[in-house]
Design a protein around this ligand. Sequence first.
Ligand SMILES: Cc1cc2nc3c(=O)[nH]c(=O)nc-3n(C[C@H](O)[C@H](O)[C@H](O)COP(=O)(O)OP(=O)(O)OC[C@H]3O[C@@H](n4cnc5c(N)ncnc54)[C@H](O)[C@@H]3O)c2cc1C
Length: 378
Amino acid sequence: MDGQGIIDSNSAVEAAKAFAAEVIAPNATAWELNRALPREFFAQAGARGLCGLLVPTEKGGAGLGVLAIAHVMEALASADMAAAFALVVHNNLASNIAINGSAALQDANLPGMVDGSRIGAFLLTEPQSGSDAAGIKMAARQDGQDWVLNGEKAWVTNGVVADVLSVYAQTNPDAGARGIACFLVDRDTPGVEPGPAYQMLGGHAMGVNGITFADARLPAGAHFIPAGKGFRAALAGIDTARAVLAAMNCGMLRAGLEVAIEAAGGRHAFGKALTDFQGIQWTLAEVATELEAARQLAFNAARLLDGGEDGSLAAAHAKKFATRTAFARLSDCMQVMGAWGVTHDYPLARHLACAKLAQYMDGTSEIQNVVIARKLLG
Ligand SMILES: Cc1cc2nc3c(=O)[nH]c(=O)nc-3n(C[C@H](O)[C@H](O)[C@H](O)COP(=O)(O)OP(=O)(O)OC[C@H]3O[C@@H](n4cnc5c(N)ncnc54)[C@H](O)[C@@H]3O)c2cc1C
C-alpha cells in the first residue's frame, strides 16, 4: 500500500491490523529470540503509512488524532508491544520535528522518517535520572556557532538502529529545567557512541540501549528546541503517550485472552474441556471485565485529549490501570493454559514481559500516582 494512502483513522486502523497480522505476528517471536528488530521493519511500516501517523497530511503524514493512534497502536501491540512501541517513539519524533523543527531540519528528516528509511529516537533519560527528568546532566556547550555535547543517555528505545537522535541536554545547570534544550543529532556524528542493546526480561524489539556523547560537535542547525522550551517540549506529548501505552496494553491483554480461550477450550482434564470448569470460566470472565475497564479508561483519556481538554488525570489513571491489569491478567491467561502457556509457542510470555516494562515507560506507576494525588489534594 502507498504510504500516502492513509487519509482517515479507519483506514489507518485497518492498515495496522493488516500489518500486525502479516508482518508483526509471524516474526515477533523470532525478533524476541534473536533480540533484535531488523531495520527493514520501519521501511515496511512506512510503506503501509504507519511512520508518519501524527505528521500533518500537508507534510506527507496521516495527520491522525490521539484516539485514532490509540486504536492503531492497540492493533499493532496485540501482535507485539515492543515493535509497536518502537514505532510510537519514531512517530512521536517525526511529529515533534513537524511542529518544532526549522525548515532545514524538516527537509532533512521528515521525508525519510515518514517512509521509514530514517529511524528516530528520543533521548531524555540518563543513568542517574529517570523520573526526575529535570535532573539530567548531559552538557551542551556552545563553541562559536557549534554546540558540543558531553554525557550519557540511558534507556534509548530504537537506540541500536536509530539514525536521528533527539537529545535533551543542559545548557546552564544553574537554570534547572529552564536550561534544558533539545538537539537533533545524526547518529554518525563523531563522538556519538551507541552501546549494545540492553538484555532485558523481554521487549527486545524495542532495541533499547545507552548512548554516550564524548565531545560530539554539532552544527548550529542541530539546535532543535532552545533552552526555556526544551523541557516543556519533552513533556508535551506525555499525556498522549500514556493514553496510547494504555491502549497498547489492552491490545496485548485482548490477544492473551483470545489465545487462552482457544488453548483452554481445546485441552481436556478430568474428562472435560478446561473451559467447562467454572473456576476457569470465572478467571476468564475477570480478565474480560478488567480489560473492558482498562479500554474505557484508555479511550476516554484519548477522547479528552483530542477534545483539547486537560487529559493528564485521565491519562494517568489509564496508564497505571491498564499496565497493572495487563501484567496481572496476562499471568492469569497463562495460568489457565497450563505450562505450555509459558513457552514461546504462544505470545503470552512476550506480552507479559512487555506489560512489566510498560510499568516504567512514559512515567512509572508511582509517577502516575504523583499526578493523581496532585489532582486529588490540590
Ligand atoms: C523498555 C523501556 C524503554 C524506555 N524508552 C525510553 C526512551 O526511549 N527514552 C527515554 O528517555 N527513556 C526511556 N525509558 C526510561 C523511562 O522513562 C524510565 O525508566 C522512567 O522514567 C523511570 O526512571 P528510572 O527507571 O530511572 O527509575 P527512577 O526514576 O530511578 O525510579 C525508581 C523507583 O522510584 C520510584 N519513584 C521515583 N520518583 C518517585 C516519587 N516522586 N514518588 C514515588 N516513587 C517514586 C519509581 O516509580 C521507581 O519505582 C524507557 C524505559 C524502559 C523500561
